[in-house]
Ligand binder design. Structure first.
Ligand SMILES: C[S@@+](CC[C@H](N)C(=O)[O-])C[C@H]1O[C@@H](n2cnc3c(N)ncnc32)[C@H](O)[C@@H]1O
Length: 348
């Protein structure tokens, strides 16, 4: 294979130029003698490139030993591929949904997105696909635009949580693994025979985790996005809970008055942006004897419970019902100024 023989004095400069041109074969080890270094090349450089950029170097044909060392971090894996300027723009944190990594690529690094994606797979052996985020969560379905940049060319992720398995198309439905702890916490409160209104069910994580981890009788899983309903049906089958989880496609504020009035012991409302417009439906869905509502909201971090508690009080007044706050918690940070909160309350 081809190598570039470089005098020791020139090594740093040439190495950087080769990295910028993505010409180093990282699967091979470079060779070093007392006077020079030979870099393994991923392809033969053109004569004009050699003459222009690598005047002091010599193109050689030789063998190189395999580089078997596994990089320890994304930065480590990319160290020969990014220039110092590019390294400043690299965002090393990324979300994972099971076998899929979802990462933001700054504009300055778009020309190296393939290398970044491959490096993520190299470092994280459980990752099979890397998706690039190409916009913020949008519209009422809360979908985040994503595109595959490395690994399998698919936007379908496989994710496991609390004994359940989910397959979901991240380009077509909202999904976040971040509420996994919440799903399990609520599962442990559900009592024998309960009927649950799983509002904003998405691809089914709340009702399916309940079906596998609680003694509930059934869940009505209401979801507006037809693509999410499609994946939810598949997930219900995958987890063999057809007898317990019943998907209802449609808008919560239409489905409840038509089909769910007075049917539920408990309602989950994981729609932190805008969920307040559905509180009345949650009250309506509870059985006449009352029940529990799990209400999620995005709120300012410095005073997160004031507004949602006022909204709950106002709705209770309208329905002339008494409420008891059972639990309130900041679930996670959402942005530098905002947090996601949950409030559990009982309607008596
Ligand atoms: C923040 S996501 C939560 C999805 C899922 N529960 C999860 O945790 O992955 C909110 C979901 O509510 C759905 N949605 C939005 N407005 C709705 C409505 N009016 N009625 C029913 N579902 C709605 C969206 O399509 C989305 O799937």
């Amino acid at each position: 294979m081809y190598g570039l023989k470089v005098p020791l004095k020139q090594v740093q400069k040439v190495k950087q130029s080769l990295a910028d041109l993505n010409l180093i074969d990282r699967n091979k080890l470079f060779k070093k003698t007392k006077t020079c270094v030979v870099f393994p090349l991923s392809k033969k450089p053109s004569a004009s490139l050699l003459a222009k950029k690598f005047k002091t170097a010599e193109l050689v044909e030789t063998d190189f030993a395999e580089n078997n060392r596994k990089p320890r971090s994304l930065k480590d894996a990319l160290k020969n591929m990014l220039s110092p300027e590019e390294k400043k723009h690299l965002i090393t944190s990324f979300d994972t949904v099971g076998n899929t990594a979802v990462i933001e690529i700054p504009e300055e690094l778009e020309h190296k997105q393939k290398e970044i994606g491959k490096a993520i797979i190299e470092v994280n052996t459980n990752i099979e696909t890397v998706l690039k985020i190409s916009g913020a969560h949008q519209g009422e379905f809360r979908i985040q635009p994503v595109k595959p940049i490395a690994g399998k060319k698919t936007t379908v992720a496989t994710y496991k949580e609390h004994g359940c398995v989910f397959k979901l198309d991240l380009a077509k439905s909202f999904f976040s693994p971040r509420l996994g702890t919440e799903r399990f916490r609520i599962s442990k409160q559900i009592k024998e025979g309960e009927e649950v209104g799983a509002f904003f069910a998405g691809v089914g994580p709340f009702p399916i985790v309940f079906a596998k981890n609680s003694p509930m009788k059934k869940a009505f899983a209401v979801e507006l996005n037809p693509d999410a309903v499609k994946d939810m049906k598949q997930n219900i089958a995958l987890n063999k809970c057809e007898e317990k989880v019943f998907p209802i496609p449609g808008d919560v504020n239409k489905v409840v008055p038509e089909q769910l009035v007075g049917k539920c012991d408990r309602v989950t409302m994981p729609l932190p942006k805008g969920g307040e417009h559905f509180l009345e439906s949650a009250f309506l869905a509870l059985k006449p004897g009352g029940g529990v509502i799990h209400f999620y909201q995005f709120e300012p971090a410095d005073n997160p419970f004031k507004s949602p508690l006022e909204r709950i009080e106002k709705t209770a007044k309208k329905f002339n019902r008494k409420i008891k706050i059972l639990y309130k918690k900041k679930v996670r940070s959402f942005s530098p100024k905002d947090v996601q909160v949950v409030i559990d309350f009982r309607i008596e």
